[in-house]
Design a protein around this ligand. Structure first.
Ligand code: NDP
Length: 484
């Protein structure tokens, strides 16, 4: 025992007794001068930061990204500039709707959020395991998430709200079909693809832009979980996916994904048959084939869950030169909302924490704020422009200018065909997959109280594919639409 290091208070003084609080006599009340006791209880009360409103339950890992194909004709991003170049990354996987302690094996999209620590700053690709999303305008996000969360009175999940909202927001149909398919419950976090989901802009060294979509394809193969197994594990082993990822990496079975992109010439966006900035739609791979970019490998577990997985702050607004935003209205809203969530949850200085700190030098003239632990810029110049040799702007790194047109107004997307792509997905499923999809939807919709909601939603499935809608109507014991 003598060679153990001494237990200390948070101010570094050795603790004499960590078993017995100090009392006034053997049976007397506890003394307020027992500062170690007060500190211990007070800090314990403050061990939590607010959990994320969405994506609360997560698992993360470190790794690297390596470029395998030359794509420098499309982007000047330094970390993508040459074959063989490696960039350290951190990934956070998550479920969306459940709380921090909720079960892993639920039917839910999975967050697939990658932080690339590049020499030009952190680049965050904050995607999901699905290529599309339920809505396409950030103004609907709080309402949508309310329907996924708990009822304000009963504190129960509420299928009425879920299907009421979806049936009144038919742009959700494509993602609902993916969610209710076998891929709605992955076998593990290693056995699913990842997608940037949004359209982004890549700009090359000549200032030429293209639109881009990201696809991470799992090298482990797509594997999904049987619904009965998932339900059992949700009770018996709610952290199943978290453990699977940690254990695989721990034993050297490093999961890997190949990164591909689809590239769309800027002018195609004017004429493509779907709005390429509508995140409820994919670009057909027949129109824009996958182009290989690189490979991501996860080879190191976090040392500390809270410091890394809980405090990592990923934001779709964290771009690097050569990668820019698109007019996708969900992306535009997320550029604000994610960083704002981190300022609220972790604090204004969240980017100075070790897990978020860029490897690139930071000279941002931001000073002070709660929990500034990194030296706060010391005595260096703290404003710009300046005549004292402080940091200055780099005009060559301005985002590429782009044209806009029209009136400022609250306008819907032009394209309202929410059915073709959901139907295409239904039609590419095998008969067994279709039957499971229909069974999953029927089970999820059965508790909905109002037939009006069910009938409205059946109409959407029917428009995607008459067989799809008819099978769900039959499963729910309701009439199928006639020739919608
Ligand atoms: P393609 O045949 O070129 O691509 C089909 C895509 O569907 C592949 O990426 C395939 O991924 C994926 N897929 C296969 N089975 C399932 C499933 N059960 N659940 C979800 N995805 C699956 O056709 P299109 O590009 O024209 O797309 C047709 C439909 O495929 C779309 O409407 C969309 O629903 C779906 N899809 C399209 C994607 C795209 O980027 N175009 C991406 C993912 C889905 P895998 O290689 O893993 O089998």
């Amino acid at each position: 025992m003598d060679n153990q290091k001494p237990l200390t208070t948070s101010t570094g003084a050795p603790v004499g007794d960590n078993q017995n609080s100090m009392t006034a006599g053997h049976r007397g009340p506890t003394l307020i001068q027992d500062y170690h006791l007060l500190e211990k209880l007070a800090h314990f009360n403050r061990e939590r930061v607010p959990e994320r409103v969405v994506h609360a339950k997560g698992a993360g890992a470190h790794g690297y990204f390596e470029v395998t194909k030359d794509i420098s004709q499309y982007t000047k991003a330094a970390f993508l500039s040459e074959v063989g170049k490696r960039t350290p990354i951190f990934i956070r996987f998550s479920t969306v709707a459940g709380e921090l302690g909720s079960a892993d094996t639920v039917r839910d999209p999975r967050g697939f959020a990658v932080k690339f620590y590049t020499e030009e700053g952190n680049y965050d690709l904050v995607g999901n395991n699905t290529p599309v999303f339920f809505i396409r305008d950030a103004i609907k996000f709080p309402d949508f998430i309310h329907t996924q969360k708990r009822h304000p009175q009963t504190h129960l999940k509420n299928p009425n709200a879920v299907w009421d909202f979806w049936s009144l927001s038919p742009e959700s149909l494509h993602q609902v079909t993916i969610l209710m398919s076998d891929r709605g419950i992955p076998a593990s976090l290693r056995h699913m693809h990842g997608f940037g989901s949004h359209t982004f802009k890549w700009v090359n060294a000549e200032g030429e832009a293209v639109w881009v979509k990201y696809h991470f394809k799992t090298e482990q193969g797509v594997k999904n979980m049987d619904v009965a197994v998932a339900a059992r594990l949700a009770g018996e082993h709610p952290d199943y996916h978290t453990e699977d990822l940690f254990t695989a990496i721990d034993k050297g079975d490093f999961p890997a994904w190949k990164l591909y992109v689809q590239i769309m010439p800027v002018q195609d966006a004017e004429t493509y048959r779907f709005d390429p900035f509508d995140v409820t739609k994919v670009w057909s791979q027949k129109d824009y084939p996958l182009i290989e970019v690189g490979r991501m490998v996860l080879d190191r577990n976090p040392e500390n869950y809270f410091a890394e997985v809980e405090q990592v702050t990923l934001s779709p607004g964290n771009f690097v030169p050569g990668i820019e935003a698109s007019p996708d209205k969900m992306l535009q809203g997320r550029i604000f909302a994610y960083a704002d969530a981190h300022r609220y949850r972790v604090g204004a200085n969240h980017n100075t924490l070790p897990i978020n700190r860029p490897i690139a030098e930071v000279n941002n003239n931001q000073r002070d704020g709660a929990m500034r632990a990194d030296g706060n810029g010391g005595s260096s110049i703290y404003y710009e422009p300046n005549s004292y040799g402080g940091a200055s702007e780099s005009p060559s790194h301005k985002p590429a200018p782009f044209a806009v047109s029209g009136l400022a107004d609250s306008v819907p997307y032009d394209h309202n065909d929410h059915y073709t792509q959901a139907g295409d997905l239904y039609r590419l499923l095998s008969e067994e997959e279709r039957l499971r999809l229909v069974a999953n939807i029927v089970a999820a919709m059965t508790p909905v109280e109002k037939d009006e909601i069910k009938i409205r939603q059946i109409g959407h499935f029917y428009k995607a594919d008459p067989e799809y809608g008819t099978r769900i109507a039959e499963g729910l014991g309701l009439p199928a639409p006639q020739g919608v």
